[in-house]
Ligand binder design. Structure first.
Ligand SMILES: O=c1[nH]cnc2c(O)c(F)c(-c3ccc(F)cc3)cc12
Ligand SMILES: [Mg+2]
Length: 214
């Protein structure tokens, strides 16, 4: 049943996860996607790398590019200090609709602003819309060909400051070679690769952590 994969994930969460308990919603999504049908959530292995970065950075302002069903949104939001905010951008209306409901079930929707639209159209509006000067952490997990142009756009919009951390998913699979070349060779970034595996599969993937040096 459930007309789409995101809908089927939402239904499984609504039937099995504890309302208001983000960890139980995260576990429900992982068990569904590991046992029933694969979906492009960052997953539990790479999710632990994401968790460690969030806990280390202790960000006041987080930007996520690519919400999908809200799995990584939950992983980040559950570790945010009070008063911190997570802005997540999703271009697919249906994904955003499902994510809103999953975030609501997890009880993290209060810290999250989910915007529907393309990152290239939304990024230039963020400074003004949220009256912020820079993001402390950016999680990049949308379309691979957008990683580099959106990073350059964030620089141009003055949304990165010295110390801002970029964490990019899928830099090995499906891969973002132009992005990797840029952050690894630019004097404006200190970059480090975290090897891991593709969500729910025995396939190599990894995340790239890049610190903007200003
Ligand atoms: O498009 C994507 N956006 C964000 N994250 C993704 C991801 O984590 C994937 F594994 C994949 C993926 C899809 C098909 C494959 F065969 C391998 C990876 C895609 C995305
Ligand atoms: Mg991904």
């Amino acid at each position: 049943s459930g007309k789409s994969r995101p809908m089927r994930i939402l239904q499984y969460v609504q039937r099995t996860a504890v309302q208001g308990d983000a960890n139980s919603v995260i576990s429900a999504v992982d068990s569904y996607c590991a046992n029933v049908e694969w979906a492009m959530n960052v997953g539990d292995m790479k999710g632990e790398i994401l968790d460690a970065v969030v806990l280390d950075v202790r960000p006041r302002w987080v930007l996520e590019l690519g919400t999908y069903c809200g799995y990584s949104t939950m992983r980040i939001a559950r570790f945010l200090p009070p008063g911190a905010r997570l802005v997540t951008l999703e271009m697919n209306h249906h994904y955003a609709q499902v994510a809103k409901q999953i975030l609501g079930h997890a009880g993290v929707d209060a810290q999250v602003d989910l915007l529907v639209g393309t990152s290239s159209a939304l990024i230039p509006q963020l400074k003004k819309k949220f009256d912020l000067d820079k993001f402390d952490l950016v999680f990049i997990d949308h379309w691979k060909t957008s990683y580099l142009p959106d990073t350059k756009l964030l620089e141009e919009c003055g949304l990165l400051a010295s110390g801002t951390v970029l964490l990019a998913d899928n830099v090995t699979c499906p891969g973002a070679p132009d992005y990797l070349q840029y952050v690894r060779n630019s004097p404006r970034y200190k970059s480090l690769y975290f090897p891991s595996q593709l969500e729910y599969l025995q396939v190599e993937d990894g995340m790239e952590k890049s610190i903007f040096l200003g």
